[in-house]
Design a protein around this ligand. Structure first.
Ligand SMILES: [Zn+2]
Length: 435
């Protein structure tokens, strides 16, 4: 969608020097990384939205643009397969304590597997929801029977007693916390500032880091971070539907701190500038990197606001700023938390819809029933599923995997350190399952 190029002549010259003089650094991987960036950008010319961010030299983008018309999808697949073979030679899959260079190679292999899968899809190959997720994001999601969510719904029913359809009662209760449009900007600014402060207490960020916030409409997502390079993000928040109070902290953490903005900034500082690993100047959306990005961004909300701290901040700061009542915020947040138990019902519905087993009307009905949302929000959810397909697993499953890894740290400080580690190293989903 948005691909911004930052011309960094001096930095490129420095990186080129580093590739030949740094002794232990395998020059082979640097050559593979260069081919990888060009290949990913060329695939990006075939599919809008494939490249989430690129901030390497403009000349490589221009080369991709010039070469793309002469490259068929099948030729791009062959290039990706050959490049993956070259990267595999550096990966040593049997080594259980891999060096950072081996992890770099494994990361390239996994990212190229995703590119190969995406190219298969672009050539019309039909994959099951689970095979697609495995190929693109490196994990195999479960798609539980929808009836298995009935006990969760019964539990939620107890929190919002009354007459009429449950989704409607929930929607009416949640609507009380719609942030008025003219208060949204100050509320978002205050939320982001707090997320940043809480993150900076544990993670040192580049001094120049910054972002801009824009309120937008007519998008299939609720928020998006367009990373620009140079530690700079553009964060957009979709206001098609009213933004609710709890979403301020969610979006501030998810898109900003310690979420996407921090993840991209740490990769740029540690891997691109620190080590000269140019493959990290490009971020292909349909890749295992997205499981790390979405999982850490979602888990970052709980890390920055543990226990009752989100309720306290919403009550003391954001609700007054929005002119909203503070009386029932604890129940409101408890309800939202309970509803997270329904996250994977969405995978099942998406799998059935994408396989053509149910039509759009039935998918919307099931989303309403098993996500407990209004018809408008169910339609927005289906619009996202149609656009991004199995990408949806990155939010819930990614969050669970990141939580599992980070919370093996016993203290608050240890947890933030583990978070910083996965945000600043070439981390793959499978590594989150290790120690
Ligand atoms: Zn995100």
């Amino acid at each position: 969608m948005v691909v911004r190029k930052v011309l960094v002549m001096l930095a490129s010259a420095a990186l080129a020097a580093c590739a030949t003089t740094s002794g232990g650094e395998p020059a082979g991987l640097n050559a593979i990384a260069d081919d990888y960036v060009l290949l990913q950008l060329t695939i990006g010319e075939k599919e809008a939205g494939y490249i989430d961010a690129y901030y390497g030299p403009e000349a490589v983008q221009a080369q991709a643009k010039a070469e793309a018309p002469d490259q068929s999808l099948a030729q791009l697949s062959s290039r990706a397969l050959a490049l993956r073979d070259r990267a595999t030679a550096f990966a040593d899959a049997a080594d259980t304590t891999p060096s950072l260079e081996q992890r770099r190679a494994r990361f390239l292999v996994a990212q190229l597997t995703a590119a190969i899968t995406r190219l298969q899809m672009l050539q019309g190959e039909k994959l099951s929801f689970q095979d697609e997720a495995q190929g693109l994001f490196g994990v195999r999601p479960e798609t539980p029977a929808l009836s298995s969510f009935d006990p969760v719904i019964a539990q939620i029913e107890r929190l919002v007693p009354g007459e009429g359809p449950l989704w409607k009662r929930i929607d009416e209760f949640q609507k009380r916390f719609d942030v008025p449009a003219d208060r949204l900007r100050p509320v978002m600014d205050a939320a982001i500032a707090e997320c940043r402060k809480r993150t900076l207490a544990h993670i040192a960020l580049p001094a120049k880091e910054r972002f801009e916030l824009a309120l937008v409409t007519d998008k299939p997502w609720s928020g998006y971070n367009y990373y620009q390079g140079g530690y700079h993000s553009k964060i957009e928040v979709n206001t098609d539907l009213p933004v609710r109070l709890d979403r301020a902290i969610d979006l501030g953490c998810h898109e900003g701190y310690p979420g996407h903005h921090v993840y991209n900034a740490l990769l740029e500082r540690e891997l691109v500038n620190g080590r000269g690993w140019r493959e990290f100047t490009v971020y292909p959306l349909y890749s295992p990197q997205s499981l790390l990005a979405e999982g850490s961004a979602n888990y970052g909300i709980d890390l920055a606001f543990p226990g009752g701290e989100a309720v306290a901040f919403d009550t003391q700061v954001l609700a007054p700023l929005a002119g909203l009542p503070t009386g029932e915020i604890a129940r409101y947040v408890a309800l939202n938390k309970e509803m997270k138990g329904l996250t994977s019902a969405r995978y099942t519905i998406a799998a059935q819809f994408l396989a053509g087993q149910i039509d759009e009307a039935e998918a919307t009905r099931l989303l309403q029933k098993y996500q407990l949302v209004s018809p408008e929000r169910a339609a927005q959810s289906l619009r996202f599923i149609k656009g991004y397909r199995s990408y949806i697993i990155n939010y819930g499953l990614g969050q669970d995997m990141v939580r599992g890894y980070v919370e093996r740290g016993s203290s608050t400080e240890a947890r933030w350190q583990r978070m910083e580690k996965i945000l600043s190293e070439p981390t793959l989903p499978a590594e989150l399952l290790g120690s």
